[in-house]
Design a protein around this ligand. Sequence first.
Ligand code: S3P
Length: 448
Amino acid sequence: MSGHGEAQPMKSRKSGPLRGVAEVPGDKSISHRSLIFGAMAVGETRITGLLEGQDVLDTAKAMRAFGAVVTRVGEGAWTVNGVGVGGFREPADVLDVGNSGTGARLIMGTMATTPITATFTGDASLRKRPMGRVTDPLSLFGARAYGRQGGRLPMTIVGAANPVPVRYALPVASAQVKSAVLLAGLNAPGETVVIEREPTRDHSERMLVGFGAQLSVEKTGEGHVITLTGQPELRPQAVAVPRDPSSAAFPVCAALIVEGSDILVPGVSQNLTRNGLYLTLVEMGAEIEFLQPREEGGEPVADLRVRFSGAMQGIEVPPERAPSMIDEYPVLSVVAAFASGKTVMRGVKELRVKESDRIDAMARGLEACGVRIEEDEDTLIVHGCGAGGVPGGATCATHIDHRIAMSFLVCGLAAKAPVGVDDGSPIQTSFPVFERLMRGLGAEIERG
Ligand code: S3P
């Protein structure tokens, strides 16, 4: 939905202890992929726990435009009757993927090796984001892309009529680019190879194997070498989407900074390509217990018991950890503001091309809340004020970015004075029950 509606100002204030169980919704990355892979399988894929956020709903709509039958059968329960690899039909209209970089990039990959043409657009945030990082490798398959300057949406992709397989070393650590190349490789004959120097989230690889593709991952001196054999027949699956560790980050971080809090967050992924925030918080002195480790929906998960942690210390976050916590730096920078000493986040320039320039958005908002910040192109440094020490009292700009909005609302729960956001409506894209869930724990969050 590119019509990013009316701005919804929101505000949070210093709250009493957060208590209770925070059941966060389904993983956004796995939800997109379950719809897309389901659309490329022949037969009926059944999905439970699907995230019904706007980003994922926009991907469902796009899959219908390509000919898949996508049906909501209950809360979080969906079926997808797929058209098979190479079976996409040409959409009759422009595809509007709203706010979602994952939707745009994965779907471009999926159609790039089928001889059809599709035009993509999105909201004002997505129309600023670089698509060259996917259209460059897709052109190696034989696809052509016509977009705005700087490789921006709206953009038309003309799929390759005679695709060739590709060997591609990722120039940026990006699961979206990796996945776009693998999805394109599905309809190319022979072996498509993607090489990633730094491991990024591996949901596409795991799920493709589940759907019956022939895919292997080899660890070499160059990094992970992922080899996919093209033109398989994908088998429909029952997909149980696990909870989203990136959404769990918000109640977890809120409980760490709100005095007296003690909450349980069940089923948080411990997948090594997603758990960087949790490792970092523990290193800072966060009181988090990892209970009942088990598998859910093919992912290693644990229940997190999280208590207020008044003695957290800033640390230097290892830059090589960035891909496993890339979406969590905004809320980590809030926790860092309530820790003692400085937290140094290096190697984070990818944050500048997310739903907003997240280094800039967090730096400006935290400064307005009275926190000392240093930054450069690739670095964010937060000078902590200690537990309860953040002055707050500002209204922060969210730049159509859900995670910026939720991060500042978390900040306001422990700051001395309330913290507002100019627009909380983007929260709908990834965590539609955020407000209700947080209020249920005792968080004082209000609209207006
Ligand atoms: C995602 C990959 C990451 C992440 C995004 C979801 C995915 O983006 O920030 O929220 O589902 O593949 P990049 O691939 O751009 O790092």
